[in-house]
Design a binder for this molecule. Structure first.
Ligand SMILES: *Cc1c(COP(=O)(O)O)cnc(C)c1O
Length: 434
């Protein structure tokens, strides 16, 4: 049986938000409903509306909302008065997470990473990575890339490309050079070769970098996917110039591209990796910075944080690893869904004169400019599909469906998207971007 979404047409009463909540809020502006509960790929509002969630907490809900196995593990843990907040104390939950991470993720991939528990947000994991790279190399400069997004605290924000985000800093964002990502100047320009040339030339003005920080697929910056060859070149450049390679896998990791780490199919081994978003599996805050054991040159307490010991997240993270990652089954299914998604988006893009982007289950359709993408997002929402935009001008409609989605549900959502594309194509845009 095919379930049809049943969105409610009424906006909620937003008085309390208008009166008390800062206007800094953003997602709720294009998705104006009050949500009450969610399960799997579905979210429900307080007016009886039902929505397919193709945003999935910006890839924080790769296993869907309230997965039964993860939820049960947490409920059991709370019921027996398991430690909730542990600072960085040794706890049973932390040991079990580390054991699962070692057995299920690191060992089978022959990866040897020291695990650093940072504050529970992604940006904190990035800050820790940057600090460590600067400390270990004694260099200040970081190389980041055009359209990169790494978080909102000052160090990570300095590595973020987006002007709107950078404007919020209020202080100079220094010691980062934004080099051209793969494909930035079109398919014929080898931006890795350009970077190599600039680093090799003592008169280029580019300081020797502590690290090269890169996303393999740019989640917020328009779903640009780096080719594996380009990633290998960047890894070689980092090695040649004694810089550390940091892969920010906060959005692309945890299975989103069909592998636990997005860099696996490129055959590279970063010196440092950041993880957050879907790591806890249930949407609880948890972040990690992983690095080669030789890089563990921190002094005790040199980077800390009260909420590094979110034991509830450790419990659900360990449960997620055990449930989904013991064998290749889950990743293979996610890859297959990703191929279906790619084929369907490709078809739609061709029909309507747009282009596609992304990799695995992290893909989008570039509709040219932000106002059109926003109209598509709203049309989808009207029909019961939650999607968001990505890119410098928000010109990409991005699909981040939970990886546990069935083929049927995926097609249902894409039907809604296609209907919106058709409807919006005939719309006129008075201030359309050239
Ligand atoms: C979301 C994200 C971050 C920041 O994570 P927060 O939890 O929002 O601080 C950093 N890097 C990438 C690639 C992200 O997608």
């Amino acid at each position: 049986m095919t379930l049809t979404p049943n969105p409610s047409r009424q906006r909620p009463n937003t008085d309390i938000y208008d009166r008390r909540e800062s206007q800094v809020r953003s997602y709720c502006n294009s998705l104006p409903r009050q949500f009450t509960h969610a399960h799997g790929v579905w979210m429900y509002d307080d007016r009886g509306g039902r929505y397919l969630d193709f945003l999935a907490g910006c890839s924080s809900l790769n296993y869907g909302h309230n997965h039964l196995v993860l939820k049960q593990a947490l409920v059991d843990y709370i019921a027996r008065d398991g430690i909730t907040l542990g600072l960085d104390l040794f706890t049973e939950a932390k040991a079990e997470f580390l054991q699962a991470f070692e057995d299920i993720i690191l060992k089978p991939r022959q990866l040897d990473y020291t695990v650093m528990f940072t504050g529970p947000t992604g940006t904190n994991a990035v800050e820790a990575a940057l600090k460590l790279a600067r400390k270990v190399t004694g260099r200040r400069q970081i190389i980041a890339f055009t359209n990169g997004f790494h978080g909102m605290t000052l160090g990570a924000l300095a590595c973020t490309g987006n002007e709107g985000k950078r404007m919020g800093a209020g202080v100079p964002l220094a010691d980062v050079s934004h080099e051209a990502f793969d494909g930035y100047f079109g398919p014929d320009v080898d931006t890795a070769a350009q970077l190599e040339r600039r680093l090799a030339d003592s008169a280029s003005g580019l300081d020797a970098p502590a690290a090269i920080l890169v996303e393999t697929v740019q989640g917020e910056g328009g779903l640009n996917a780096a080719s594996f060859g380009w990633l290998r070149q960047i890894a070689e450049i980092a090695t040649r110039h004694n810089a550390l390679l940091i892969v920010d896998d906060i959005q692309a990791g945890c299975g989103r591209t069909g592998h636990f780490f997005s860099f696996e199919p490129a055959g590279i081994t970063p010196d440092i990796v950041t993880l957050a978003k879907s790591l806890s599996g249930l949407g609880l805050p948890m972040a990690l910075t992983l690095f080669r054991p030789e890089l563990d040159q921190w002094k005790s307490g040199e980077h800390n944080g009260t909420f590094r010991g979110n034991n509830h997240a450790f419990v659900t993270a360990a449960a997620a690893l055990r449930h989904f990652w013991q064998d290749d089954q889950f990743a293979a299914t996610a890859s297959r869904r990703g191929e279906l998604l790619a084929a369907r988006l490709e078809h739609m893009a061709k029909q309507h004169g747009f282009t596609t982007c992304g990799r695995g289950m992290m893909r989008g359709i570039n509709v040219g400019f932000g106002a059109r993408a926003e109209m598509i997002v709203r049309a989808c929402f009207h029909d019961g599909l939650i999607v968001e935009t990505s890119g410098a001008d928000g010109e990409v409609v991005k699909i981040l469906a939970p990886l546990i989605i069935t083929e049927n549900e995926l097609m249902q959502g894409l039907d809604i998207l296609e209907k919106a594309l058709v409807a919006v194509k005939s719309a006129t845009f008075p201030i359309a971007a050239e």
